[in-house]
Design a protein around this ligand. Structure first.
Ligand code: SF4
Length: 686
């Protein structure tokens, strides 16, 4: 594991942008990355890469990389040594824990980091610090998917594999823009649609995939639950429900179907803004397809009823019998490269590594046997609760690994106030960010090109990540930093060797029991990987996870508080999304040539609304919400309907989250980024 990297060679690793998990063949010359190609034998990407994975790598040795730890003195971050930084943090953390207890500390892990690093991060919080205050960015993206699918199927992960696109007869894409956000999978869906195969898109925006779709149900943002109930209504009242599957594999159908039959179709039509005849036609076509796949993205989850919509998608798969075989299933398009892995590794307050309850003393004995330390059963904060607890004075220290929460979490002013109220904020980062502006200590981490370990993609595929260049001088891998700190805090952790950590994970996490570094091979294995080392392409073939029956759940549409409270004063709905060229806060892609292609965020506005305000392309528009206002350049487009606005949030110059709000998914606390009540006017530059 300590082998140094040859200066001229081709090394295989995995992309660190989206959850598709494409394999990369990285050409290294004289210790520097020269180019990236798609390996011909990669099962995930089959010879393809997108603009981000293939070209957006030059951030790794960008001049902005932080090359030494920084400590804030007299309000200014100043360079320091690793020893001084570690000593300073240890002293501060120890004092905070002695005075306020371990629950005054919280950690945010990173979906950019490897499984091994995520596992160590939650172990650091639980075993070394003694708190369940550990969470990750799954909270702000697919938390509702994990919750909803777990409730319906017993497992919160994709049921099928991307290669099943070749075997299906019909695809329904809900709240996802895959050609931008998951381009390699998006291209496969687009090719499917271009062949004239039945493709149904449910999205408030005329996305690229919507243009190729057989049906585009262009609903008002925030009304997924109403639209899904309409689809379920038409299938149950006029279509063919899969009686055999329902009888043998599920429970609760009778009650569920009675409730669906009772919905007011005229009212739902009014709420969604989609013609009931179009919904009926799409529903019955989906129902008739011998095999149909469901894909969904953040346009489903980032709502106050995100979890409810996920459970209705599960209902749709079950009533049509589209579970447990090739070419079907519920397939969330996971956002970050390793967001599946971060959750699998226990970076959430209520569940440890392998999704076992963190609040049950009996179950905790399983973890304690490996951690050799008593671990807590007390309630742990989710990310939004961490900010509330900091503002209430209950949380005194936060440790954030590779996440720019000021840029990406909603209601920026509140996040800043929370971070400013802490006694200690430690941030592991590649670059100075909006969040490091409020840090007490910044520790320079390493990029994926400098790391060895594993990532798990959106189809549960655990893949080898191989370091292709040496760690930048002055920086350390995030796993190394965590191991150093655990030892400093008096909790012994063996020298950091990712393959040894993977061995530990395989003993603790039941669905990793057959995982070995060598056994993963070049194309990885999809979990569960049993003792025999074989992976699993499809879940729930004979029975649902844990031998349970699939559970039907009904939810009625409920207007979000954001509209109820603010809709009168702020009559437009803003919905946020991502462009092809950049990834989320753009920390990495803005430091590559991609920034020459997409240079700033634009507000998409329908021509009718633009005319009302005399707004033309590139005019500055002031967008106001109950939280604040931002100025953005306009892009007049029929991608959105009148009354709806849309924008990306890749550039910190705008800090769009100054205007997003505090509403979140009622179950998983995922912020409601997709519905923001706003008003607009031509900017006066004030
Ligand atoms: Fe990377 Fe996703 Fe693009 Fe593949 S599709 S190259 S994983 S960003």
């Amino acid at each position: 594991e300590s082998k140094s990297i040859n200066v001229d060679e081709k090394i295989r690793t995995v992309c660190s942008y989206c959850g598709v998990g494409c394999n990369l063949e990285v050409s290294v010359v004289s210790g520097k990355v020269k180019s990236i190609q798609a390996p011909i034998n990669a099962e995930v990407n089959e010879g393809h890469l997108c603009l981000k994975g293939r070209y957006a790598f030059s951030f790794y040795d960008h001049q902005d990389r932080i090359k030494t730890p920084l400590i804030r003195r007299n309000g200014v971050l100043e360079p320091t040594t690793w020893k001084e930084a570690y000593d300073f943090i240890t002293e501060k953390l120890t004092a905070i824990i002695q005075k306020n207890g371990p629950d005054a500390v919280a950690g945010v892990s990173s979906s950019r980091c490897t499984n091994e690093e995520n596992y160590l991060m939650q172990k650091f919080m639980r075993a070394a610090i003694g708190t369940n205050n550990i969470d990750c960015c799954a909270r702000v993206c697919h938390g509702p998917t994990a919750f909803g699918m777990q409730k319906a199927f017993g497992t919160g992960a994709a049921t099928n594999s991307i290669e099943d696109i070749k075997l299906t007869d019909c695809i329904m894409v809900i709240g996802s823009n895959p050609t931008n956000a998951h381009p390699v999978t998006g291209a496969k869906i687009k090719q499917f649609a271009m062949k004239g195969k039945t493709t149904i898109v449910i999205d408030p925006r005329k996305t690229e995939i919507a243009k190729y779709a057989t049906y585009h149900l262009q609903l008002r943002p925030g009304t997924n639950v109403a639209l899904l109930n309409m689809i379920l209504y038409y299938i149950i009242t006029e279509g063919y429900v899969s009686k055999g599957f329902i009888k043998h594999r599920t429970e609760g159908y009778e009650e569920f179907s009675e409730k669906i039959k009772g919905i007011d179709i005229a009212e739902m039509e009014k709420i969604t803004g989609v013609d009931r005849n179009l919904v009926r036609e799409a529903a019955l076509v989906f129902d008739k397809a011998p095999n149909a796949m469901l894909f969904h993205g953040l346009g489903v989850t980032e709502h106050s009823q995100g979890s409810h919509a996920v459970m209705l998608i599960a209902d749709l798969a079950m009533i049509t019998g589209n579970i447990g075989r090739r070419g079907v299933g519920v397939n969330p398009l996971r956002g970050q490269n390793n967001v599946q892995g971060a959750a699998d590794m226990g970076c959430q307050p209520n569940m440890g590594a392998g999704y076992m309850s963190a609040y049950d003393p009996e179950i905790n004995k399983h973890y304690e046997a490996f951690y050799e330390r008593k671990i807590p059963t007390s309630y742990g904060y989710k990310i939004p609760e961490m900010f509330d607890a900091a503002l209430d004075g209950k949380l005194k220290a936060m440790w954030i690994m590779g996440e720019d929460v000021v840029h990406t979490d909603p209601n920026t002013n509140k996040v800043i106030a929370a971070l400013e109220s802490l006694e200690l904020l430690v941030v592991q980062e590649l670059f100075l960010s909006e969040t490091t502006k409020h840090a007490t200590v910044v520790l320079p981490g390493a990029s994926f090109l400098e790391k060895t370990g594993t990532f798990t993609n959106g189809e549960r595929r655990i893949q080898q990540v191989n370091a292709v260049v040496e760690v930048l001088d002055g920086a350390k891998t995030d796993g190394q930093i965590l191991v150093d700190m655990m030892n400093k805090m008096g909790y012994y952790q063996a020298p950091y060797q990712p393959k040894a950590v993977l061995r530990e994970i395989s003993k603790i996490v039941p669905f990793f029991s057959g995982v070995t570094w060598e056994g993963l091979g070049i194309n990885g294995k999809q979990w569960p990987v049993k003792e025999d080392g074989l992976g699993t392409k499809i879940l729930h073939t004979e029975k649902f996870e844990g031998g349970i029956r699939g559970k039907f759940n009904f939810y009625d549409f409920k207007e979000t508080n954001e509209i109820v409270k603010n809709g009168k004063d702020f009559p437009y709905i803003l919905t946020t999304n991502r462009g092809l060229e950049h990834y989320n806060s753009g920390t990495m892609t803005r430091r590559t040539d991609n920034v020459k292609i997409l240079t700033e965020d634009h507000l998409k506005i329908n021509p009718i609304d633009a005319e009302k305000f005399s707004i033309k392309d590139e005019d500055l528009v002031c967008v106001m919400s109950a939280r604040g206002k931002v100025d953005m350049r306009a892009s007049v487009s029929d991608e959105v309907k009148p009354g709806i606005l849309s924008t990306t949030f890749h550039f910190p110059d705008v800090l769009l989250n100054l205007i997003t709000g505090n509403e979140h998914d009622c179950e998983a606390m995922c912020p409601e980024y997709k519905v923001v009540a706003v008003n607009i006017r031509k900017s006066k530059g004030d």
